[in-house]
Design a protein around this ligand. Structure first.
Ligand code: SIN
Length: 540
């Protein structure tokens, strides 16, 4: 363990900080650029977000045969009635104009015979999912948002900067503390408001479809600052990701089943009809658990996704990225069944926020996967997340304009000195701890949980936690600390919820749908463990 005392500097001036560069962050920043100076802080490159990984598409009630009420009821039903109706209404009603706007900005959604092509996905009562370049929808949306953001003079970037913590003064969020990933230099950034759009924490599990960036940094930072984390037990496991020893669990879009892809067990039997009337197009939580049961029954590590009957040219045109990626791993999906297994995919829970992104901390807003405004309930309807990022990114931006936390020039020195008290530490082996944690979460806190498995996980984490205490200052170390804190919150929420609902399944409490359980779990960091407060300064 190395120890040195860190030095902090005051960074560039901004009115608004946006942490994260996925759809929610970019859309929020573009909106905010009309109102002041915006700084987008992003770890790694600005292109590495979960949004950019999204294949299937974006759900929106824009087709002739659809309407927002149907989209609303599908969203609430897929969420097992736990979703907040006001948030779901906002999503489906504001979604169409957000998408029209994106089209006007240059997004090329796929068309058939000159009309937008709406695909089918699980639990949608209509064909409602727009896509781009077949299976690269997130990539296309991010391309357009990045181009748009680039044109706004008031937007500046802090790429390759890792946000270590929020800057909390007198109970308000007044900015953030960041470390430059290349030089290690530490900066304090102050702003009227901070919008957290850091996405989820799929990387807390050994198998995930998420980008390597999804380490729950926003959840952990907000938690340490005193925000409430809500519904953390609801982690969506995507039913179909590639299962090969040689490959990461690459996502195989639900739209493959929407186009007629079939799930087969080890013996080659179609099994979904035995689990749900909608078979392959049942809600995601049901398909993922059905796969899990088939795997357990046949002691197999995967099942198969069969698209071979869809035809060679259709597959190559409709799923070009998936086709090419599988081919790289020596699987020709036009001829072979694809080995698939579930993987952690999306967090329905997160930083508790209202429909305008507001949290309980003045000056802190949250949007996208980082936020939990209750729109998804216990299980997200497929392809609702890109829409969520657009709709709630804009709303959080509008809220941010009403915030006014700033630190006066004369108080800045005291902030800097209060930060530079704890000697800097580094972890002995961040990689090892990270891998052990991910394995533990997958084995004990995955698709099927019990009180015993959760208890075992909690005991392990309690034993590991002392290792991540103190002033860690590299991205690798801080990510492990954040993942560990998020893991504890998931486990505590999952222990508390002694029933099974949506994506949260406890085999010791398999019963579900009891109205007594239509409540939300909430976790807040004990006051004594929150961020060391900066001195009581006057906020002007
Ligand atoms: C998929 O294409 O299956 C992922 C889309 C989503 O998570 O909504």
């Amino acid at each position: 363990m190395n120890k040195t005392t860190p030095t902090y500097h005051w960074g560039p001036e901004a009115d608004f900080l946006v942490i994260g560069s996925g759809v929610a962050g970019l859309r929020a920043a573009i909106e905010l650029s009309q109102y002041g100076r915006v700084l987008i802080i992003t770890k790694g490159s600005r292109r590495q977000s979960n949004s950019a990984y999204a294949q299937g598409g974006v759900a929106v009630a824009l087709s002739d045969e659809d309407d927002v009420n149907l989209h609303f009821s599908d969203t609430i039903k897929a969420g097992h009635q736990l979703g907040r109706e006001d948030a779901a209404r906002v999503l489906v009603e504001e979604g169409p104009s957000r998408i029209q706007e994106l089209i006007a900005w240059g997004t090329q959604f796929d068309k058939v015979d000159g009309k937008f092509a709406f695909a089918k996905e699980g639990a949608h009562s209509r064909n409602r999912v727009l896509r781009a370049q077949g299976d690269a929808t997130g990539h296309e949306m991010i391309r357009v948002l990045l181009e748009r953001a680039k044109k706004q003079d008031s937007i500046r970037w802090f790429d390759h900067h890792f946000t270590m913590d929020l800057l909390m003064v007198d109970g308000r969020c007044c900015g953030a503390i960041v470390v430059n990933e290349t030089t290690g230099s530490l900066q304090v950034l102050s702003a009227r408001a901070v919008i957290m759009t850091t996405g989820g924490a799929g990387q807390a599990f050994a198998r995930t479809t998420n980008s390597p960036n999804a380490t729950g940094d926003g959840f952990a930072m907000a938690y340490r600052a005193g925000a409430i984390l809500e519904d953390m037990e609801f982690v969506q496991f995507h039913p179909t990701s590639l299962f090969l020893q040689s490959s990461p669990p690459f996502l195989l879009s639900e739209t493959m089943r929407g186009e007629g892809g079939l799930l087969r067990n080890r013996k080659g039997e179609l099994f979904m009809v035995g689990y749900h009337p909608a078979a392959e197009l049942a809600p995601r939580d049901i398909v993922a658990r059905a796969i899990w049961s088939e795997m357990a029954a046949s002691r197999a590590r995967h099942v198969y996704l069969d698209v071979t009957h869809l035809g060679n040219s259709f597959i190559k045109k409709r799923f070009p990225t998936i086709y090419q990626t599988c081919l790289r791993f020596d699987i020709d999906i036009t001829e072979e069944w694809i080995p698939v297994a579930p993987s952690a995919h999306y967090f329905m829970g997160g930083i508790k926020a209202g429909i305008d992104g507001e949290t309980i901390i003045p000056g802190l807003l949250a949007a996208g996967e980082a936020a939990c405004n209750g729109v998804h309930g216990a299980n997200r309807l497929a392809s609702n997340s890109l829409l969520e990022g657009l709709v709630f990114g804009v709303r959080a931006a509008h809220s941010a304009t009403t915030c006014s936390s700033t630190i006066s020039a004369k108080d800045r020195q005291s902030v800097l000195s209060s930060l530079a008290v704890e000697p800097k530490r580094t972890l002995d082996d961040a990689e090892k701890l990270r891998n052990s944690l991910r394995r533990l979460m997958w084995d004990q806190v995955g698709l099927v949980r019990t009180g015993d498995s959760l208890g075992r996980a909690l005991a392990k984490i309690t034993a590991w936690e002392p290792q991540v205490l103190g002033s860690l200052q590299t991205r690798a170390d801080l990510e492990v600390k954040n993942m560990m804190q998020v893991a504890r919150c998931i486990i505590e929420a999952a222990l508390w919820r002694e029933n099974s609902l949506g994506a949260h399944y406890r085999s010791d409490f398999p019963g579900c749908e009891g109205s007594a359980w239509k409540i939300h779990s909430q976790i807040q960091c004990p006051e004594s463990e929150r961020l060391t407060p900066t001195p009581k300064l006057k906020i002007v």
